[in-house]
Design a protein around this ligand. Structure first.
Ligand SMILES: Cc1ncc(COP(=O)(O)O)c(C=O)c1O
Length: 392
């Protein structure tokens, strides 16, 4: 873990230090959906609070499993392929599952050597913590404009593919909002079969999109092979329902991998508390609050493209702007000092490709802006960003 840098927000706090914001501060650095909490949350918590008196089952309640599986079948048009008893497990938020999944699933060796776990670069930092936690070698594969902001795993050298035991892939991606096409998924699964590795698909932004729902790994895999082998997908109520404080997500996919993960979780995994499970079942079942959230994000994204013009490439999904501005750390510091707008330097989500060369970090020249406040606050912040960038 000594190879793991401090988290992006700790680094941001250090960068800004004692610098005073130039205007009343607006924080668009954290992807905290911070929307209104649907009424069914409080009602369900009150109704089920007696279940705090029991240890909850690691596999979730019957109702949770039914609701979670029904959402997957409905949302991804899987015609009932997801069996609530075989294909799903509850998580305390996807971060927990994305981290823990490697512990029961990664081999100690691959073809006689230390296994490699590949991930996009830039990426959600828990992937690297997981790879380091199981003593695998993390491999940071650039997601740049040239590769459609997705990692080109098929382009890895044979020597790497021989040792590759798992890949993380995020779609819609954080930070870029790129979406993997069906073709991308097919090629990735074909590669996984050829080189015997597993695919951990982080799809926690799957319900936040602008034109059409993103293709998911689940139907792509099912169509290609008739099953879900080698695939685990991760879904979250933090983004879909705007409930990051609930700490509730799920993992779904290959029943054999789910079985091994379930066995591990029975020994060392965290359960989802009973009332949280009941709220989660209600949240996976309801689409109205999700559609309302999505419509709000669409308004915010439309405002962003209006205000920032062709500085932004509208993402296919997620709620981030990934803006190329020159040195992202300098932009972040300047924006805070002059305009009171807090964003995240793109470099804090990435890694240097050439050691010692900060500019080789694919996030170096970017900032990430999370469109998570109310529309008028976001518009004020983006007008300040525009004014700042115009004066550069
Ligand atoms: C790409 C990505 N994956 C996973 C997570 C974790 O989400 P949660 O643990 O709240 O489900 C986040 C949260 O910001 C994220 O951006």
């Amino acid at each position: 873990m000594s190879q793991l840098p401090a988290g992006p927000f700790a680094r941001l706090a250090e960068l800004l230090g004692d610098t005073k914001p130039g205007k009343d501060p607006i924080n668009l650095s954290v992807g905290d959906p911070s929307g209104s909490v649907p009424a069914f949350v409080a009602e369900t918590l009150a109704r089920t609070s007696d279940t705090f008196g029991q240890y909850p089952p690691i596999t979730g309640s019957h109702d949770w499993r039914q609701s979670a599986a029904a959402w997957l079948n409905r949302r991804f048009e899987l015609t009932g392929a997801i069996d609530p008893e075989k294909h799903v497990l509850p998580l305390n938020g996807t971060r927990e599952g994305l981290f823990l999944a490697l512990f029961p699933l990664l081999p100690l060796e691959k073809n006689g050597a230390r296994p490699i776990v590949a991930m996009p670069n830039p990426f959600y930092q828990a992937y690297a913590a997981a790879a380091l936690g199981v003593h695998a070698e993390p491999l940071y594969v650039p997601s740049t404009a040239a590769s459609g902001f997705l990692p080109d795993y098929a382009g890895l050298p044979d020597a790497v593919l021989k040792r590759l035991a798992a890949v993380y892939i995020c779609s819609p991606s954080n930070p870029e909002g790129a979406v993997a096409s069906e073709d991308y998924w097919r090629q990735l699964f074909a590669l996984a079969e050829r080189h015997d590795f597993i695919v951990l698909a982080d799809e926690c932004y799957a319900d936040i999109y602008f034109d059409k729902p993103p293709v998911s790994a689940l139907p792509a895999r099912l169509k290609q092979s008739g099953g879900l082998s080698r695939l685990l997908t991760f879904h979250s109520l933090s983004k879909r329902s705007g409930l990051p404080g609930l700490r509730s997500g799920m993992v779904a996919g290959d029943p054999e991998l789910i079985g091994r993960f379930r066995a591990f979780r029975h020994v060392a995994g965290p359960q989802l508390p009973g009332p949280i499970m009941a709220v989660s079942a209600a949240a996976w079942r309801d689409e109205d609050h999700v559609a309302a959230n999505r419509a709000l994000y669409a308004e915010k994204m439309a405002a962003a493209t209006r205000i920032l013009g062709n500085r932004v490439a509208r993402p296919a999904g997620g709620f981030f702007l990934w803006l190329q501005t020159g040195n992202g750390e300098e932009t972040t510091l300047g924006l805070w000092r002059e305009q009171g707008v807090k964003v995240l330097p793109g470099a804090y989500m990435g890694r240097e490709i050439e050691p010692g060369k900060t500019q080789s970090n694919p996030g170096f020249s970017f900032i990430r802006i999370a469109l998570v406040k109310d529309l008028s606050t976001i518009m004020t912040a983006l007008e300040r960003v525009r004014d700042f960038l115009e004066r550069q």
